[in-house]
Ligand binder design. Structure first.
Ligand SMILES: [Zn+2]
Length: 65
């Protein structure tokens, strides 16, 4: 994927979190202990592209689990 700002090739990689990633227009409170309550803790990983020159990360919404 090419960077939408400088048009150079972006570096593929992953955004990882203990919980699923989500987008919203407003910040929401997130329970701090939610991950500890699950019997099996799965690590969520979303494919992302990073441009080190522009310091931007691009995520395709369809790749978010
Ligand atoms: Zn760029």
């Amino acid at each position: 994927m090419n960077c939408p700002y400088c048009k150079k090739e972006m570096r593929p990689g992953w955004i990882q979190s203990r919980d699923a990633l989500g987008w919203s227009e407003k910040k929401r409170a997130v329970p701090a202990l939610a991950g500890l309550l699950a019997e099996v803790e799965l690590l969520s990983a979303t494919k992302a592209f990073y441009c080190p020159d522009c310091r931007k990360i691009v995520i395709d919404r369809d790749d978010m689990k």
